[in-house]
Design a protein around this ligand. Sequence first.
Ligand code: ADP
Ligand code: ZN
Length: 723
Amino acid sequence: MTGDSPSIADVLLPLALEGPYSYRIPAGLRLEPGDYVEVPLGPRSRIGVVWALKNEAPQGPKLRDVTGRFDMPAMPEAHRKFIDWLAAYYLEPPGNVLRMVLRAPGAFEGPRKQIAYRASGSVPKRMTPQRQRILEIAAEGPALRVAELAELTGASVAVVKGLIKDGALEAVELPALKPFPEPNLNGGGYRLSRDQEEAARALRALIASRTHKVTLLDGVTGSGKTEVYFEAMAAALAAGGQVLLLLPEIALTSTFIARVEARFAAEPAQWHSDLKPRERERVWRGVAAGEARIVVGARSALFLPWKKLGLIVVDEEHESAYKQEDGVAYHARDMAVLYGSIARFPVILSSATPSLETLVNVDRGRYGLVKLSDRHGRAELPEIGLIDMKAAKLEAGTWLSEPLAAAVAATLASGDQALLFLNRRGYAPLTLCRACGHRLNCPNCAASLVEHRFRRQLLCHHCGHVEAVPKQCPACGAEEKLVPVGPGIERLAEEAAARFPDARVAILSSDLSRGTLLRDAIRDVEKGEYNLVIGTQLVAKGHHFPHLTLAGVVDADLALESSDPRGGERTWALMAQVAGRAGRGEKPGRALIQTYLPEHPLMQALKKGDRDSYLGQEKLIRENAGLPPYGRLAAIIVSGGDANETERFARAIGRTAPRAEGVAVLGPAPAPIHLVRGRHRWRFLVKAGREVKIQNFLRQWLKEVKPKGSLHLAIDVDPYSFL
Ligand code: ADP
Ligand code: ZN
């Protein structure tokens, strides 16, 4: 033993383990906390991170040796703390959080020469479906490495190697990773207006303070918030830090990236779910080395191994897309604030419709506020009109009232773009048999199947189940009796095509979402290639459509009907954001909202543009009900393959709930969607006062609970979904 250098490393592995595992450090290997290492685990070898060093081995079986250290910058202490805190906050094993950090396997293959493969064009003697798939992918895009080809196709490495041997794949040497250009801080910004300059000055002062402080940048859509926070980014870059600009995945368009590039005369790094493996590796390494100075990314960019983060900007901070629902159920905005408080840097939250949580933090003096009150230049905030649907007398199967249809026609005639917003994918949310009343439901979920007419399919929006639209009713066998009920955007598009036969219609929804399709469609709308846009909430997300002057909301009451405690706030944000798409260019815009509840305080406030009085009422309602941000919530979702067993398990857990001051446990109750993917679901809602450490309560309650067999228990701290 070498006396003073530690002999044992506690290594965190990207697995759902209680904590780090101890390994012996072999002679000659020097390790620091944060180093990336390779260690044996069972028969395999794993990549982990040194969490702590010590001299004393724990009791128990003989420790195995650390196999080696990766030659890359160690994970900084702040990042390790961030992982531990986030894990504790959401009651997750820290290894599950680390797994989100290590999502660039290529980064660990080292800078040595790398060989990738592409299809050579020669056909192998033996063809199998797996081989076929590999060759298709290899022919499609850039050359890929063996491991990537295997991962993308689900084939084994041996199958890929077989194709290399047969000559069907040919080797190419990968170029070195492209370096990151240094941003030019005096790049191509606009000349700011007086208001904007004042806001920028306040944000620059925030950066100069070099402390952790959260500031809300609050301004109507089109007021120039982006231009203003660019100034804060420039200041943080000048101070030597890295900058993360977080956006909802769908707002990460090529147009937006081009804007960042224009401002800083350098292409920023991007991080989102459809990045190619090679680019993933490049960004990951660039961030770890501190060479990628600006990253524009979706929520998971938080987990990149930041060397020296100096500022996070969370654009569209109110967006529920920041909440991840699968796996580790974290909220990226809240975790950006947490990261800032750990690593002591400022955080800017930007929105035209800030969340109530953030506004209350401003009220309490915990967050600063910088306001932009006017739209830039001539662009005015659209005038909002209400259309009373009780008076509209629509023909069956139609959804556009006369006033809205007339406004669309006039807009198209004048050469501008119009938007019709309906927050429902597909053709019709429900299909039923006119002969027997049977509804077409998903076989795996307690939900109706949604017809997607373009694809000629019925689709379950919860589990992805797909089936062909049947000719006969599956219950009574009657032919030609199945009818669609209610509208989805495809059905709305059909009505629009009939009414406006010359319109160039774009349909935007997450059905296009496999990344590029949707991004392309949005770009074409921005360029004005379509003049009638029909879309779901995706169109509300920060896009800048300069030719759009009319926004029509087809059914404003949809979101109000939900049981979500944030339903009102969300409807407000959605309506204001949709309306805000109109009139962002030279011409003024207007918005028309179809509603059966024109007297509702929310609709009235929208019409008057009176956000403060509406949100004032919402605050009161939440405060009286003890709901966030005046109280804390956590959901527990129990699920299992067998209905009775799941119910028994849920009830048994319910009986062991501890009593605690200021905490109420509601449930168990069957979840609103009580069956998903063939799994039965029960829910608890835990409500606690703001002063209560809800995590401690949950830990105490659930530490002995060990679900067996198909049973599963998931904890959702600060839930946003109540289904
Ligand atoms: P927000 O982020 O508040 O929605 P943006 O920053 O996107 O607003 O600005 C809206 C539009 O106005 C953009 O096209 C932007 O380029 C333009 N704009 C904003 N500020 C200025 C300025 N000072 N000079 C010229 N154009 C500006
Ligand atoms: Zn389903």
